[in-house]
Write a protein that binds this ligand. Sequence first.
Ligand code: ADP
Length: 395
Amino acid sequence: MPARNILVINCGSSSIKFALVNEAQEPFPLSGLAERLGSPEAALHWQQGETRDSLMIPGADHRLALSQLLPLVQRAAGGELHGIGHRVVHGGERFTAASRLDEISLLAIRQTAPLAPLHNPANLLGIEAAMKLFPNLVQVAVFDTAFHQTLPEYAYRYAVPEALYREHGVRRYGFHGTSHRYVSRRAAELAGLALGDSSWLVAHLGNGCSTCAIVDGQSRDTSMGLTPLEGLVMGTRSGDVDPNLHSHLARALGWSLEQIDAMLNKDSGLLGLSGLSNDMRALEQAREQGHAGASLAVEVFCYRLAKSLAAMSCALPRLDGLVFTGGIGENSPLIRSKTVDHLRLLGLHLDQPANARCVRGVAGAIQADGSPRVLVVPTNEERQIALDTLALLDA
Ligand code: ADP
C-alpha cells in the first residue's frame, strides 16, 4: 500500500491552520494558514517544500477558504487524500479518544460547546465546511481533552458542591492532550523504555502551557482544568490566581465579568508581569539588557512551573524522566535550567552543554550524570492527529 496522506485542520473563529501529513515522510508536503476570515483582509498563506506563497481571499469564510485550499492539497497529495483529521478543543466526558465524524459525534461536539464557548463552535465551523466539501472522505475529530479522561476522580474533581459536577460538568478536564500523548510516546522510545511501563512528567510550554503526569501511557494529572486558564503562567493567561480575585475586582473596582475574563486570558501571564511582551524570546532578550519586568516574568514563570511539576510528581510511582516540549520547552536552555534549579529535591540536575545543544528541533537527554532523565522532545500535534485519523481509517 502506498503511503497515505491526511489533511489536518485546526480551525479558530477567524483562522484555519492546516498541514498535509504523509505517513512515510517527516516534513509536511504542505502546511499553512488561512487568516482574518470573514474580513476584507482574508488571506491564505502556505509553504510547500522551500516555496512560500500567499493568496488574498477578501471576505472568504471557512468554507470558501477550504475550497481555495482544495486544489493545493490535491496537488501536494498527488491526487491521493485519504482522510481529514480535525483538532477539537473540548470533548467533555463523552470523548475518551479520537472519533469518526458522523451525525451522532457532531451532535455530541455541539452539546459540549457550553464548556468551550470560544473554541468548539469555531472547530465546528471547519468540520461542517469540510464535510460539505469532502463528503466522501473519512473525517475524524481529535480532542485536546480526551487523553486526560484517565485522571482518577480525586484528581479531576473540584471541592465545590457535587451538583455542579453532576448537573453542569464542572470538573477538571485538562488540555494539550494530543501533545502530552505524542511526546510521552517519543520520550519512551528515546529512553528505550516500554511506554506501558514508564512514568513521566511533561511540561508543554508554548503560548499556552501545561504540565502532565503520565504513567504507563496514561494521563494521571494535569495542570489545566475546566478551562485552559488554570495552572501555569502562560503567554497572556494568568494561570492560577486566588479564586476570590473575581469577586474582589468586581467589588473593589466595579469590573464586569467580561472585563475580568479578558484581563485574565489576554492581558496577564508573561505579558502582564513584564509589561512588555507575551513572547519568551523577546523577554529573554530584554532580560539580558536589564529589563526588570522581563526578568521578573521569567522568574515567576520558572518557579510556578517547577511548583506544578513537583505537585504532579505526587501522581507518579517513580520518575523515569522530565520532558520539555512546545516552543519554549524545545528552544530555551534558560527556562529549562532555571526550572530544574528549583527541582533539586527530585534529584534533577542538567548538563549545561547538552542543554544548550537541544534547540530548534534537536531532541535529546540533557541531565547531568546521576540525575533522573531530563529530555527535550519536539512535539508534533499534527502528526499525532494524522496517526489517530489513520488508526480509525484502519479500524
Ligand atoms: P503555540 O502554543 O502557539 O503553538 P509555540 O509552541 O510555537 O506556540 O511556542 C511559542 C513560544 O515559544 C513563544 O513564547 C516563543 O517566544 C517561544 N520560543 C520560540 N523560540 C524560542 C527561543 N529560541 N527561546 C525562547 N523562547 C522561544
